[in-house]
Structures are given as C-alpha cells and as structure tokens.
Write a protein of this length. Structure first.
Length: 372
C-alpha cells in the first residue's frame, strides 16, 4: 500500500503540474494573439475554473488512497463491522472523499467538453449545418451532466448517507435491485460512461467534417486532424478507468485511472490552444520558407457550400488560425485581405463576407520572414 500511495502521489502531482503549465500556456497564447490579458475569452476562464477543480481533485484522490473506502470491504462485511474506532473513522472519511472525487471528476470532464464546444462553435461560424451540430452537442453535454449528477445524488444510492455506510447494506428502499451501489457506483459508472463516450464521439466528428473541406495542403490537414482529434485519448482513458473499476474489486487501483482520465481531458482541450506560444518560443517549428522583406500573396477558394463565411488571415492555413480564428502571433507591419470583388476587409474585425464562393487573397509584409 505504501508503494501504491507513493506512486499515485507522484503520478497525481506530475500530471497536475503538466496541466497547470498547459493552462497558463493557453492563457499566454491568448495574450499573444489578443495583445492583452484583459481580452481573455470565456474558454480561458473555464480553464481557470477547471484548474481550481483539478487542485481539489488531486488532493481528494490522495485522501481516498490514504484512508480507504467502504469499497474495499465489500467482500468482507464482518471485517468492516469489527473495525476499531480510528480505522472506522478513516474509512468513513475516505468514503466521503470518494463521493466528492466523483463530483469533482464529473464537473471537470463536462466543463472540458463545453470548452471544446465553444471552440468548435467559433470555428463553424458561417457553416450553418456544422454550427447547428455544435449547438446540439453543447445542449447534449449540459443535459448529460445535469442528468448524471441528479441520478448520482438521488437515485443510485438511497439513502444518500449510504455512500459512506460501513458496512455497505444490500439493496435500498428505492431501487430494490441495487446491490452495493453505494460503494461500487457500478450503475452510475455505466450510465455516466455511456454519456461521456457518446459526447466525446460527437465532438470527434466535428473536426473531421471541418478540415477536409479546407483548401490546405494535405500535410497541414493531417496535422490539424491529429491535434483536434486528440479526444480519442479521452475515450481510451474513460474505458481503461471503467475496466479497472470493474475488474479489480476490493481495490483502489482504479484511482490511478481517475488521474489519467481527468488529466488527459485537460491536456486534450489545452494543447491546440498553446500553438501561438510554441511558435513564439520555437520559430523553427513554423513553415518558414524564405527570409525577405517583400510582400507575399496567398490565395485560395473558400468552401463553396458556405453561404456566409468569415474572412481570415493567412495563418488560417495552420493550427494557430484554427484555434485563434486567424490572428497570427508575429509582428506584421501590414495585413490586408481582398475578396473576389476587390473589397479590402479588416481581418481583426472578423468580417463576414456573403457569397457562395469567395476567393481570398492575403497580403503579408514582414521585415524578416515570409510564409506561403
């Protein structure tokens, strides 16, 4: 047990540290793009909220590991009845922390999903079908979260105090077929996982419907799909978490996978938003073509099926534009956009241009670097 606690402590705080770095890297990236910390978007505030929950969650998960839970006495109720006062108090406390851990984890996971919905909502502006799909997924996420929380609180374990009962009683006054649900959370976990994975699958379909329609080189499409498709790791972490919950009864081994699940979710939502900072730190990671002070022009046709669409800067051809809506991170001395009618458009105003097929030409003048 000592080795397990040590390993869990290391894993928890390492993953927490990485999450902190990514959240603040996201905030710095937004500052680079917007020019001020006063212009943070709602996604950044949601991530700060998640970071607070993550701090509480990291501490809670270690409290469960230290004190145990009524879960570990499911097969030995006689042992639970004969526990001494100190052990009994610790186990009850650990059981309460397990319940708190579940609330925190659920809130983290579904807040992350809402953050992804907000990102995709902005990206699909001007694409009515996908825009509507994102709104439906967002509604699905809100309803799912509320339903999961309500059932966890009012239905799966009755009376509510059964979550820290020692030993856990068979059945309950509301759901007679419930056996040990107050400790195992089996019905709750199955129900929550079904909604969780369903939402992740719906979110995964969105970038796979956006990116193929972009007039970009295949290499960049693959890069965007890989980064925005990181949600597949959320699904994998959720499945492994449930497997260890169900395959290893009377054990707190599943706690490692709780850390893995909520840690992975936070990583997935923040990695795409950190690209501007990465480009600033590692200029060589961008697609630099030549060093020149000349103006380069890049034209491509927007998706003809969109009746209206935002005209964005040249950086929409890489990850920065997809996440930060066309605002690049370099200090360009001039940036202007012309559509097929020849009308200049201010990119930073996120202009909307009507038309079924818009040809975009971007002029960029740089002192040091020019891109495609």
């Amino acid at each position: 047990m000592a080795n397990f606690l040590r390993d869990l402590t290391i894993q928890t705080w390492v993953m927490y540290g990485i999450a902190v770095v990514l959240v603040f890297a996201r905030i710095e990236s937004r500052r680079i793009v917007e020019g001020s910390l006063k212009r943070l978007w709602i996604e950044e505030y949601l991530m700060l909220f998640v970071l607070l929950l993550l701090t509480a969650n990291s501490w809670t998960i270690l409290e469960v590991a230290k004190n145990g839970s009524n879960y570990v006495y499911l097969s030995t109720p006689d042992v639970a009845r004969n526990l001494g006062p100190v052990e009994r108090r610790q186990t009850i406390y650990g059981s309460k922390m397990t319940m708190v851990l579940e609330y925190l984890t659920l809130t983290i996971l579904w807040t992350v999903k809402i953050t992804l919905c907000l990102m995709f909502y902005r990206l699909t502006n001007g694409l009515p079908a996908l825009h509507k799909l994102v709104k439906l997924v967002a509604v699905f996420c809100v309803v799912a979260y509320l339903l999961i929380i309500i059932l966890f609180t009012t239905t799966w374990c009755r009376p509510f105090e059964g979550y820290w009962a020692l030993p856990v009683q068979q059945g309950g006054p509301v759901i007679s077929f419930t056996t040990h649900q107050c400790a195992t959370y089996y019905h709750h976990l199955i129900f929550a996982t079904a909604w969780n994975i369903s939402a992740d699958l719906m979110l995964l379909t969105i970038p796979f419907r956006i990116i193929p329609g972009l007039q970009l080189p295949m290499r960049r499409k693959v890069l965007l799909l890989c980064v925005l498709g990181l949600g597949v790791f959320n699904i994998l972490a959720a499945i492994l978490n449930r497997y260890y919950n169900f395959a290893h009864p009377d054990s707190v081994e599943f706690l490692k996978w709780y850390v893995g699940e909520f840690g992975t979710a936070v990583y997935v939502v923040n990695v795409p938003a950190c690209w501007p900072l990465l480009r600033k730190i590692l200029p060589g990671s961008t697609d630099t073509r030549a060093h020149s002070s000349n103006t380069q022009f890049n034209s491509y046709q927007m998706h003809p099926s969109a009746p209206t669409r935002r005209v964005l800067s040249e950086s929409e051809e890489d990850l920065t534009s997809v996440v930060h809506h066309g605002k690049d991170v370099d200090d360009w001395s001039r940036r202007s956009t012309h559509v097929s009618r020849g009308t200049p458009v201010n990119i930073d105003d996120h202009a909307i241009m009507p038309g079924n097929a818009i040809i975009k030409t971007v002029g960029v003048q740089q002192h040091a670097t020019s891109r495609e």
